[in-house]
Write a protein that binds this ligand. Structure first.
Ligand code: SF4
Length: 214
């Protein structure tokens, strides 16, 4: 029993006369509005950002050398973003462990902030609710940036295809460079996808589409 009338009766400043759902109700509605807006607007898929194959004869030796140097630096210093959505993420985590060892590519430093990352590995089911923060994280990543869609859920909705809550492919939200199939894909499949991304990065050239642009 509370003997002191001045002392608050509930801990942590919670006001029992104003339940928590009253406080968060506006936030929930605002989030619902953002999700519904995205759901209505994102009906088309982004095409895969293809790299133009340059006409070798029209390129100078200088541009070719700078391209090679730039692309080597880019492909050798890809920093993945540290985030995951569902079961696929455990395979992604296994990729960074000692048995598979993503550090052979200099990629073991998964960044905790999008501003220090240039590769988003979308590992798992993308719900419409998560589509909003996913796009926000992508927008905050530094250019040039790339996306790998890992697993059938991220690529097409997978077992949840045409469900009301799951995005039918993350390429409705962000442009995807490499798709890794499987449910879940094994870590070696993800490593193969990363090697395919390296091959793509090696083909960028200063005289064509800037690297990693939408
Ligand atoms: S693809 Fe399979 S393992 Fe990956 S998130 Fe979907 S259900 Fe899970």
């Amino acid at each position: 029993m509370n003997m002191n009338p001045q002392e608050p009766t509930a801990p942590y400043g919670i006001d029992p006369s104003n339940p928590l759902f009253n406080v968060t109700w506006d936030m929930d509605r605002e989030e619902g509005r953002a999700v519904n807006l995205m759901k209505a607007a994102r009906t088309e898929q982004y095409p895969e950002p293809l790299v133009d194959i340059p006409d070798e004869l029209r390129r100078s030796a200088l541009v070719t050398s700078v391209d090679t140097l730039l692309n080597w630096a880019r492909k050798s210093s890809v920093f993945p973003l540290q985030f995951g959505l569902a079961c696929c993420v455990f395979e992604m985590i296994a990729t960074a462990m000692s048995r598979f060892d993503i550090s052979r590519f200099g990629m073991e430093a998964f960044r905790a902030t999008p501003r220090q990352a240039d590769l988003m590995i979308v590992a798992g089911t993308v719900t419409w609710k998560m589509a909003v923060p996913l796009r926000r994280l992508f927008d905050q990543m530094s250019e040039p940036k790339w996306v790998i869609s890992m697993g059938v859920c991220a690529t097409s909705g997978g077992p949840y295809y045409q469900s009301y809550s799951v995005v039918p492919g993350v390429n409705h939200i962000v442009p995807v460079d490499v798709y890794v199939p499987g449910c879940p894909p094994r870590p070696d499949a993800l490593l193969y996808g990363i090697m395919q991304l390296h091959e793509k990065v090696k083909r960028y050239t200063l005289t064509h589409t800037p690297a990693g642009q939408e």
